[in-house]
Write a protein that binds this ligand. Sequence first.
Ligand code: GRF
Length: 219
Amino acid sequence: MTFRRKRTAILISGRGSNMRALVERARDPSYPAEIALVLSSRPDAAGLAFAKENGVACAVVDHKIYAGREEFERSMQVLLELHRIELICLAGFMRILTPWFIGQWPERLLNIHPALLPAYRGLNTHERALADGVKIHGCTVHFVEPAMDEGPIIAQAAVAVLDSDTPDSLAARVLAEEHAIYPAALARLAEGRLRVQGNRVFTSNPATEPVPSRVPLKG
Ligand code: GRF
């Protein structure tokens, strides 16, 4: 069977720990996606150093120098096409994307969100979960749609909220799950095994790379 890895771009704005998890997973030549570009909206994004050190092509499209969102996105689009990108993973990318850009990448644009969507869209998810007193929290990988943090869900992982949790401790446990489910979800997409019907995402064939959905309910 011929096998061609899907050329994938990761869009970041900051720390880039999810980008790192994806780059590390894609080192395995049998992984179905290769990370062909890391694109940052900020020149000072900490994640760029890791990408450079690891020989991944990097680009910066500094949103601050553009008059508007569309100009910024058109520059990104040119770069993505230049690098023959097929799939995109948003990983801590802090710009809201227009319907135009999202429309260029139907079922090829993923995001990771640090909450169990549709709960806690937006920012400060861990603080808000603690303030609400929920006992289960987690993270979600989903296809991107024009409304913020919306789109068909590909994978989720849950963690128990502990009595001792602070926003930081909860964030750290959720982040560990993000690093597990994002590479697994990208693999499913790159292998062409996802089918979207309405809000639901179905996976064909038994998973070669199971998407974890652990709920460690000890505490
Ligand atoms: C992650 O928590 C991700 O879920 C959210 O932004 C954060 C990015 O962290 N979208 P990192 O840059 O991947 O470390």
